[in-house]
Design a protein around this ligand. Sequence first.
Ligand SMILES: C[S@@+](CC[C@H](N)C(=O)[O-])C[C@H]1O[C@@H](n2cnc3c(N)ncnc32)[C@H](O)[C@@H]1O
Length: 209
Amino acid sequence: MDRSPRLLDHLRGKARARGVEDRVRTVQADLDAAWPDLGTVELVWASASLHHLTDPDPDRGLREIFESLRPGGLLAVVEMAGFPRFLPDDVGRGRPGLEARCHEARAEAHAESLPDLGSDWGPRLSRAGFTVEVERPITIDLRPPLPEPTARYAQASLRMLRSRIAGKLSPDDLATLDHLLDSGGPDGVVRRDDLTVRTERTLWAARRP
Ligand SMILES: C[S@@+](CC[C@H](N)C(=O)[O-])C[C@H]1O[C@@H](n2cnc3c(N)ncnc32)[C@H](O)[C@@H]1O
């Protein structure tokens, strides 16, 4: 389930490529509005999505999931505390610490628009009636040399970040970020050889009693 036709199309494409198309059905729905009737399900996997539910808050979503699961059914929640880090502290241009300043600006913007990002989901799951069976932090710390898609992932992620924080960055930082994003030279994100992927996620597995 997702409200984005583009994301669902991407998912169906992946399923086709792996030959499991006939086992995948996508449902387009805005989960801040009416929840679709899913019947009774065994497993719900919510990846990097619950913090997006804002109307009125993700607790309503947890209750809807609880009601959809059969007794004994499992909900897996994966959430991230923040945004992945890709760049070294000194990118070789502008003032060092650019990415850290971008993340500060992002945290400020998200405090208003996505207040549940980085929430502690354990107590919220318990309040919704679930028994929390697993809480597992996952540290992702990938260092160079990294495969080629890393550059595209970093570029797409940093472009999205830029769109959210452009108004909060200094003109110098914005110019440096734009150079990194647009340059085909060796210091541009697509060609750098020092990219990393560093982030923290947490998995909760919770059962409907
Ligand atoms: C960070 S992405 C995660 C996508 C995917 N679950 C994954 O793990 O790769 C967040 C997703 O939540 C979806 N989303 C945000 N608000 C939503 C809503 N109100 N109803 C349904 N989907 C929503 C977005 O369209 C986006 O695909």
